[in-house]
Design a protein around this ligand. Structure first.
Ligand code: NAD
Length: 259
């Protein structure tokens, strides 16, 4: 097992890639804190893990609240005794346009994509240090590598996460804390539907959110969106000791989109 005796946190783990990661990490031997706003979804993931013989707890709350973003670290160490990794997966699509931007939408996207992740990181670092090292993993996006015309605020946030990964990786390398990101392209989750059909995006005539999801996938060289499990596999590798000499990497998991 690739995460035997490891203890970790996965945020936004009630659905999509986070859920796939939490389930997979537990199957690989990790004890996992499943963090999500949606209590029922988090409990369902924990049930799935425990029924399969794994160890998990649900931590439910809004990561935009600093206290919760911090408390998830304390609750995890209280439940399992230490911390080895955090997958900071939570994020928000933000507004589709800057003309007519409602700044509340800007704040919401930046708070969730950047601030909450920084708060959790700040809380996690002493625990990882106490353990003699560990892994911080972030979810950026191909929009954090090349930018997307549909997501100006999201681009800022995800480029920021890639910058954070580069900086933190150098700062904490000697303390054996590895810092990496996965950069998914279109991935078949509920958030992809939100992306293509945001209130301020213009749905082309005759298109539906579902037809746009298929179209977005079709534009990828591999001709389809990622499955959440495919991103979780990359996350597993970067968190595991198999990636012991890899830090500061923002790994595209995008079917060739950024090639
Ligand atoms: N789906 C894509 O195409 C895609 C592509 C690139 C990057 N991403 C990134 O992946 C992450 C989202 O993952 P997904 O596609 O697996 O999403 P998803 O829609 O399957 O799940 C998102 C989860 O986040 C939870 N959540 C939302 N707001 C929250 C909050 N304030 N506090 C705690 N939990 C909250 C939701 O309840 C939900 O369970 C984001 O960082 C996003 O930017 C997604």
């Amino acid at each position: 097992m690739r995460l035997q005796n490891k203890i970790g946190i996965v945020t936004a783990a009630g659905s999509g890639m986070g859920r796939a990661g939490a389930v997979r990490f537990a199957r690989e031997g990790a004890s996992v804190a499943v963090v999500d706003l949606d209590e029922a979804a988090a409990n369902t993931v924990v049930d799935e893990i425990t029924k399969a013989g794994g160890r998990a707890i649900a931590l439910t709350g809004d990561l935009r609240k600093d206290a919760f973003a911090r408390d998830i670290v304390r609750e995890t160490t209280r439940a399992f005794g230490a911390l080895d990794f955090v997958w900071n997966h939570v994020g928000h699509p933000g507004p589709a346009a800057i003309e007519g931007l409602d700044w509340k939408d800007y704040d919401l996207a930046m708070d969730l994509n950047v601030r909450s992740v920084l708060v959790t990181t700040e809380a996690a670092l002493p625990e990882l240090r106490a353990r003699g090292g560990g892994a911080l993993l972030y979810t950026a996006s191909t929009s954090g590598l090349t930018g997307s015309q549909f997501s100006p605020v999201y681009n800022i946030a995800k480029f920021g996460i890639v910058g954070l990964v580069h900086g933190l990786s150098k700062r904490y390398a000697r303390e054996k804390i590895r810092v990496n990101a996965v950069c998914p392209g279109p991935t078949d989750t509920p958030m992809l539907r939100v992306f293509v059909a945001r209130p301020d995006s213009q749905l082309p005539p005759g298109e539906t959110p579902e037809s746009l999801v298929q179209k977005r996938g079709g534009q990828v060289p591999m001709g389809r969106p990622a499955r959440p499990e495919e991103v979780a596999n990359a996350a597993l590798f970067l968190i595991s000791d198999e990636a012991s000499y890899i830090t500061g990497v923002a790994l595209p998991v995008d079917g060739g989109a950024t090639a």
